[in-house]
Design a protein around this ligand. Structure first.
Ligand code: GCU
Length: 602
């Protein structure tokens, strides 16, 4: 009984400790359209594998004063015992993962404490938020000695209000980032990508008026392409205000009045050039309330399916895609985070003839989505509900749904995002179906305008006749699935003998196919991991796809070799998944040109 009480008190204390941080403020959209102060650069760090800075020796949470959030100055008073010190030479660059910045952190999974000391001149008529583009995986934020918020989920933004908490000099912002994997996590324990930890995207101070335009939706009405519809949400005391929404280039303007909750919806007549890959037209959209104004660049298009076709602006489109992990090109292959990384990766996709990219397996940084929009690349965006998620765990569902909401909130105004995907290769089962049906319902409730998908798996009818027999098909808009005929299923010649049959009339979308090759490794076409094997596999794969009725798109796996702890052949993989069409150093493999040629003919 005593032991049970001890366990209960520890669990309660831990929950209360974490709960005591509070939760982040609702997401502010389009922060790049706001007044921001960057906190990027070198932050002081402490690597803390036993979470010494958070728990005492009995694993009970410290008070703030005894935790590392207190940021004691070890040098100030040597008579007092503090067994930690941020004022060392141990720094990490923010944004950036820690794994590729420090050899000793290559495989590290645990807590790293980050500290930034900054000055700030508070203004009486301004609110201030600390905005994180992402932190992988579990982040606890402390300011000037006090825990203030916690965010779980490694790939979505969050912002914490710090109005009235800042001082003119020496603000101590401390973030405990823990990238340990958890069975009940999203993703869970096993994933085929590197578990890059850290403040992996930019950290900004965002200043707003006391009442500001926090969120808005401005999109083309899907059943009337001559109308824009949307809504605006103010945040602050002065909730009832006139808000003007203007698209100067279209000479469209409407004024609405927000209600006591700060909310108003609107419609406006437009005659736009529709966004499409050939003409990725974006318009300045200016939203002005009595106390705030924010500008965004927004495109207008319709997306829908008709039978086995995907229709963009009412016309059938074939999604000539490629899958991409969020890894920087060249260099150490760490987490990508910058506009430059995005332009390089997406430039390679354009060079291959793509009009579409699958941003796998989690929401990428906002630069990737916005640069893709400018370049005319449609986007499939997904949350990391990947493989063996704990589908019967309510906390796991809440985590998945929170990441879904954050993803849609951030990117719902991006015309190029045409597909939200809720899962990848998840094993069939009753709990899994209910879990995914709830996510799909939530997606459609938040955004009824875009297509919803999941990367399912193929089912064999016989050795060479395949289909997709997943109960999920009824709830998604595409028959999207990953298949590896010629790599995990037989050798390349098997592609020539495959028949694909589908008894559901929806667009067929092959969300992964391919095989590995080491750039510059040449040999017989039958030898795995040679460029010749991969080239032959790709040629036979595209020939096979030409025979698939209702195929509306594909995103071969994958643009660039990427790190994975599951890929261990020394001298061939060396912790890299080698299915890239381009090597981690930017070398284009022979298969790249097979895809380029096939897309040119599409
Ligand atoms: C799976 C999975 C990918 C993985 C790939 C592979 O389909 O979705 O995340 O990297 O196969 O085995 O290379």
């Amino acid at each position: 009984m005593r032991r049970l009480l001890a366990i209960l008190s520890f669990v309660t204390a831990s929950f209360l400790a974490y709960a005591s941080e509070g939760t982040p403020a609702p997401q502010i959209v389009n922060v790049q359209g706001r007044h921001t102060i960057s906190l990027d650069g070198l932050w002081k760090t402490i690597v803390d594998p036993y979470e010494n800075g958070y728990y005492n020796y009995r694993m009970q949470p410290h008070s703030d004063a005894s935790s590392y959030f207190a940021d004691r100055d070890f040098d100030a008073d040597r008579t007092v015992l503090y067994e930690y010190n941020f004022n060392s030479d141990r720094t990490l660059m923010v944004p950036g993962d820690w794994n590729t910045q420090r050899e000793t952190l290559y495989y590290y999974e645990g807590t790293v404490w980050y500290r930034n000391i900054f000055d700030y001149k508070p203004a009486p008529d301004k609110r201030v938020f600390v905005y994180f583009g992402a932190a992988n995986y579990d982040a606890v934020v402390g300011l000037n000695g006090k825990k203030i918020a916690r965010h779980v989920g490694g790939y979505t933004p969050f912002n914490v209000e710090v109005t009235g908490m800042l001082k003119e000099e020496g603000n101590s912002l401390i973030v405990k980032v823990d990238n340990k994997r958890h069975t009940d996590g999203v993703p869970t324990l096993n994933s085929d990508w590197w578990n890059y930890g850290g403040l992996t995207r930019s950290v900004l101070l965002v200043e707003t008026p006391m009442t500001f335009i926090r969120d808005y939706s401005v999109q083309l009405k899907q059943d009337n392409p001559k109308m824009v519809e949307g809504w605006v949400r103010l945040d602050g005391e002065q909730s009832e205000q006139d808000v003007v929404v203007e698209i100067p280039e279209l000479k469209s303007k409407v004024t609405v009045r927000t209600d006591k909750d700060g909310y108003a919806s609107f419609e406006m007549k437009v005659k736009p050039q529709y966004w499409c890959p050939e003409n990725p037209k974006l318009y300045d959209v200016i939203l002005s309330s009595e106390t705030d104004s924010v500008k965004d660049r927004i495109g207008f298009r319709t997306i829908e399916t008709r039978g086995t076709e995907i229709l963009l602006n009412g016309e059938p489109v074939f999604c000539k895609g490629v899958s991409i992990h969020e890894e920087m090109p060249y260099s150490a292959s760490g987490r990508a985070y910058s506009e430059e990384h995005a332009r390089t990766l997406l430039g390679w996709a354009k060079e291959m003839g793509c009009n579409f990219v699958r941003l796998a397996h989690y929401p990428h940084n906002e630069h990737m989505v916005r640069v893709a929009e400018e370049m005319g690349l449609m986007v499939w965006s997904e949350i990391p509900v990947y493989w063996t998620i704990q589908f019967d765990n309510p906390q796991t569902y809440a985590n998945a749904e929170s990441q879904l909401v954050d993803m849609i909130t951030r990117d719902k105004n991006r015309a190029n995002v045409i597909i939200w995907s809720v899962a990848n290769e998840t094993p069939h089962g009753v709990a899994r179906l209910e879990f995914l049906k709830r996510l799909i319902a939530k997606t459609r409730e938040m955004d009824p305008t875009r297509l919803v998908s999941a990367a399912m798996e193929k089912d064999n009818i016989d050795a060479t006749t395949v289909t997709v027999k997943d109960e999920l098909i009824e709830y998604v808009d595409l028959i999207s699935f990953n298949q590896y005929v010629g790599w995990y299923d037989g050798t390349s010649e098997k592609c020539d003998r495959m028949n694909w049959v589908f008894d559901v009339k929806k667009p067929v979308f092959i969300s992964e196919f391919g095989g590995g090759a080491v750039y510059g490794r040449h040999g017989d076409v039958s030898e795995r991991f040679t460029e010749e094997y991969q080239e032959d596999l790709y040629q036979r794969s595209v020939n096979m796809m030409d025979r698939i009725e209702g195929l509306a798109g594909t995103t071969p796996w994958i643009l660039k070799d990427f790190r994975s702890p599951r890929r261990q052949i020394v001298g061939i993989q060396d912790d890299f998944n080698r299915k890239g069409l381009i090597s981690d150093q930017g070398g284009k493999k022979k298969a790249f040109y097979v895809m380029k040629k096939w897309y040119e003919g599409k």
